[in-house]
Ligand binder design. Structure first.
Ligand SMILES: [Zn+2]
Length: 279
């Protein structure tokens, strides 16, 4: 019934084992709906395992996404680092596709002192090459650059929405905790609603029907994000966010990245369901 599915960034802590398959089984046991497979330290899963992951997810009714390695910078100044970044995103998308994951989330770039305009042009150029390659391979995974939590990281809301309008098969990963930390504000119903309104205006209602969201509590300072926190230990107004998501009839996956992964994912899901019942 609900348009939103809630789950964890990585295998839940209470899973029987650390494996992705144990994670999917635990998500189903907990009554959650999705999980993001974390390839943040590298793609170490083989093709046979990926097929088993897909079977398990289908059997358990759990929707999947994947997070690409952190070591990606589509604005790197050395050509070999650009190639390595493209390879890491390709590898993630290929394995994600075998896992039946719907989306690949990635941190697109760092400015490295470049102007935002210059960085944008570079990221767009090299990302377009990677997307062409995936298209030739018939890979249908959504590629989702994430809103970043530090001013040094490429990925403001506007940059991400620009990439989504200019490149095919690219959709946003809205990390509301990152945007809150990066701006030091953006933590009210009105502001959450205005982000969703911008998505709707720039990408159309279809984008709200196919959304991918990261949420956690967050500690932040002048340089943006410091670390993730549990929701109740942070100032993040998650109930207000959930109200805005409900009012905009947003559909898709909400991935919780709090230290207490599944506890906060369940908190988000329960809060959302209570809002739905209240009408
Ligand atoms: Zn991320």
């Amino acid at each position: 019934m609900a348009g939103l599915f809630f789950g964890t960034g990585g295998t839940p802590h209470s899973a029987k084992a650390k494996s992705t398959i144990a994670g999917i089984e635990r998500i189903a046991e907990l009554g959650l709906g999705c999980m993001e497979i974390e390839f943040v330290q590298g793609v170490k899963m083989g093709e046979a395992s990926a097929r088993l992951v897909a079977e398990t997810a289908t059997r358990e009714g759990v929707r999947l996404s994947a997070h690409a390695p952190y070591f990606i910078n589509f604005n790197a100044h050395e050509p070999e680092k650009i190639r390595a970044s493209q390879d890491r995103l390709l590898q993630t998308a290929r394995i994600a596709s075998l896992c039946n994951a719907e989306s690949v989330v990635f941190h697109a770039a760092f400015y490295l002192g470049d102007s935002p305009d210059k960085a944008y042009a570079t990221v767009k150029k090299y990302l377009a090459e990677t997307l062409n390659r995936l298209r030739r391979e018939n890979n249908r995974v959504w590629i989702r650059p994430e809103i970043m939590g530090k001013p040094s990281g490429f990925g403001t809301l506007e940059e991400i929405l620009d990439l989504c309008t200019e490149l095919e098969r690219v959709a946003p990963c809205l990390d509301f905790a990152h945007w809150h930390a990066r701006t030091g504000g953006l933590n009210s119903y009105q502001e959450f609603a205005s982000i969703l309104q911008q998505v709707k205006e720039r990408l159309g209602k279809a984008a709200l029907d196919n959304m991918h969201i990261h949420v956690s509590g967050i500690a932040y300072g002048k340089k943006g994000e410091i670390k993730h926190l549990n929701l109740k230990e942070s100032d993040f107004q998650y109930t207000e966010l959930l109200k805005a998501l409900k009012d905009y009839d947003t559909k898709g996956l909400v991935i919780c990245e709090s230290p207490d992964l599944e506890e906060d994912a369940l908190l988000l899901q329960e809060t959302y369901n209570t809002l739905l019942k209240a009408g």
